[in-house]
Design a protein around this ligand. Structure first.
Ligand code: DP6
Length: 358
């Protein structure tokens, strides 16, 4: 954060809340560059989504002996949440170093979507955390600074600092805005095909693929070509070309994983069925294209006027558990404490009602 004014006096705000949306890569990042510090080996292009939002509150306090981190009301500690906690604390450490403060923080984060389903919660989570923690520590970072900070925790999070379409070049320090959502308004349907967290995390999966897949060099060579074509398609509002690039990017990335040793297969039987539903819709003249990340869910991009038809088709696909509907999401932004408290209160209420229904 070389360009920042580091505010040590007057006293920094100490508390800040932020909201960030997850993004789905239309052109995928898979693999780390040799430049280190979690920079991507290939360029990626994403759409930020309003249905997948994380709200985070960070408060630096003088009476804490260690950082306290809770996600959806559950404390992340040395148990199952230990790894996630370490990633959060590492980001806080980078912020403390830049701000020149030694205070511990109380972090509360709330995902307004099912975390356990393995959706892209790290992207919205680290984008919201980077913003809230930096401001609470008294820094005045630029959006690029925040994107770089988030990238070090999770490269896809770098793109969630931006609304609409964002790009992250290979080896880049931070992501950049490509186009506003209203330049080319699209809808995304997310077909959930399995519950429970994914078996192999993205970082580990990428390292394994790079080490063992004979297709990995081909992926590194072809991914930038697809990226350039897709970028032109977004700027030209050419949906058919964007959709074709998006599907090829997904299938190239997953083929690289299939060829790893041992193989890495994130797909569920219902993933393939959902893909078949999408190709059948296209045969019927409905413009819809699929993409998949490091998990079994199928995300379908379409024009807003066809979103409901596509959602219904996915809902009746065997093995699809539910379908989330999303439009483009906003850039990461600061919110008032009251907005954070309201969202948390609503979530707690919904939980009580669901439990009461059983
Ligand atoms: C398949 O950003 O989760 O979703 O940088 O190691 O935290 P780390 O990985 P992460 O990887 C995302 C991979 C992807 C494609 C994408 O979002 O570009």
């Amino acid at each position: 954060m070389t360009t920042n004014r580091v505010t040590q006096t007057p006293v920094p705000p100490k508390l800040a809340c932020a909201s960030a949306c997850a993004n789905i890569a239309l052109i995928k990042y898979w693999g780390k560059s040799n430049a280190g510090k979690n920079r991507p080996a290939v360029p990626s292009l994403s759409l930020t989504l309003d249905a997948l939002r994380t709200l985070t509150r960070v408060e630096f306090l003088s009476d804490l002996e260690m950082d306290e981190v809770t996600l959806d009301g559950v404390a992340l500690d040395s148990g199952a949440g230990g790894r996630a906690r370490t990633r959060v604390v590492n980001l806080l450490d980078r912020v403390r170093e830049r701000a020149g403060i030694a205070l511990h923080a109380r972090v509360k984060s709330h995902n307004a979507f099912p975390t356990a389903a393995g959706l892209a919660s790290s992207a919205s989570g680290f984008a919201a955390l980077a913003l809230a923690a930096s401001v609470a520590a008294g820094l005045e970072p630029s959006r690029a600074d925040l994107s770089a900070l988030a990238r070090q925790s999770s490269a896809s999070a770098a793109r969630s600092l931006f609304g609409g379409y964002a790009v992250l070049e290979a080896d880049a320090e931070s992501a950049e805005a490509l186009a506003e959502a209203d330049h080319f308004p699209l809808s995304m349907l997310i077909a959930l095909t399995r519950t429970g967290p994914k078996a192999v995390g993205s970082t580990e999966g990428m390292q394994h693929t790079a080490r063992t897949s004979p297709f990995y060099p081909a992926w590194l060579e072809h991914a930038p070509i697809l990226y350039r074509e897709a970028k032109r398609a977004v700027l030209a509002k050419d949906f058919a070309t964007l959709g074709a690039c998006m599907e090829q990017s997904t299938l190239m990335m997953h083929s690289t994983m299939f060829a790893a040793r041992p193989q890495l297969i994130y797909w569920a039987p219902a993933s393939l069925r959902a893909i078949e539903s999408v190709t059948a819709l296209r045969k019927d003249g409905i413009p819809a294209y699929f993409t998949m990340d490091a998990g079994p869910h199928v995300k379908v991009l379409t024009l807003p006027e066809h979103a409901e038809r596509v959602a219904q088709e996915l809902e009746r696909t065997e093995g699809v558990l539910s379908v989330l509907r999303s439009g483009p999401g906003h850039a990461a932004r600061l919110i008032e404490s009251a907005e954070f408290d309201d969202a948390l209160g609503r979530a707690a209420n919904e939980k009580t009602q669901t439990m009461g229904d059983r």
